[in-house]
Design a protein around this ligand. Structure first.
Ligand code: R5P
Length: 271
């Protein structure tokens, strides 16, 4: 049985189909004070309150089997250390809270795999980077798969391997603030070639917009932008469009208009 949180309905439906498992019906109501009432009448008698933690609790109530929590996009994973004295390690706080209601956790391309160590139950990263090759045109011209920093190089390599051809390279990135990044281009010759820029997350879009501007200045033919988690906060989409992006492709770990490809097959394999 797959129980979907409200933010992952498309992915949950894909996963239920991939595993040939039923998809629980979840109903939502809101009280006058704003609190949410989520109930799953198809699997439990009584109502549930809230989101993930309450759905985990409900799953415990109606099954003696293993409860696996799939975290398609682990929020707060980039806060994996205390940035200043007195700051929390937010990724650890989130991981501990999720651990309390489950036997096992799967999370798709967390910002760093080491974040799985924060969970207090077995937790594994699921690599969906190969899925990013799916929506790319079949006729890429002498492609270069590029990551905006060396941390995402493995994602670019996985996308290139899944596509079947192309070079791989990366830029150097220095982050000055939440919205300001400085990119130092690599020596890769991109002139007249199609370039696929690949990262784990597009948040504000600053990283990708900077990369695409450099690529266009250097005469790249077409610049495609792909990522696992298309958060696209604030004006990210407009920022990327202004930068001259050919197309943006993401997965359904975060449901957005650009979520062209599902991670359901790789989650199904890991379950
Ligand atoms: C950071 O290291 C990540 O891999 C992404 O590059 C980053 O989260 C993208 O953020 P933004 O879209 O805000 O530049």
């Amino acid at each position: 049985m797959i129980i979907s949180g409200s933010a992952s309905q498309v992915l949950a439906a894909e996963l239920a189909a991939a595993l040939d498992e039923p998809l629980a019906r979840v109903e939502y109501e809101r009280f006058p004070d704003g609190e949410l009432l989520a109930s799953t009448p198809s699997v439990v008698d009584g109502p549930l309150v809230g989101g993930l933690f309450q759905l985990q609790d409900a799953a415990r109530e109606w099954t003696d089997g293993e409860v696996v929590t799939v975290v398609p996009y682990m929020g707060y994973a980039r806060q994996d250390e205390a940035f200043e004295e007195g700051h929390p390690v937010s990724a650890r706080a989130v991981a501990r809270a999720i651990s309390s209601g489950t036997d096992r956790v799967l999370t798709v391309n967390p910002h760093e795999d080491a974040v799985c160590d924060f969970f207090e139950v077995p937790a594994e990263p699921v690599d969906a980077a190969g899925r990013l090759a799916d929506p790319l045109p079949a006729d890429l011209d002498d492609p270069v798969f590029l990551s905006p920093d060396d941390g995402a190089l493995d994602i670019a390599e996985a996308a290139r391997d899944a596509y079947g051809s192309g070079d791989v390279d990366y830029f150097e990135k220095t982050r000055h603030s939440g919205t300001e990044v400085e990119l130092t281009p690599s020596d890769a010759d991109v002139s007249g070639r199609d370039v696929v820029v690949t990262d784990d997350i597009i948040a504000t879009g600053s990283t990708m917009a900077g990369a695409v501007e450099i690529l266009n200045d250097r005469g790249a033919s077409r610049a495609f932008v792909t990522c696992v988690h298309p958060i696209l906060a604030d004006d990210a989409y407009a920022k990327l469009s202004r930068a001259g992006v050919g197309a943006i492709y993401g997965t359904d770990t975060v449901e957005r208009p650009v979520s062209e490809v599902s991670v359901a097959p790789v989650i199904a394999d890991a379950l």
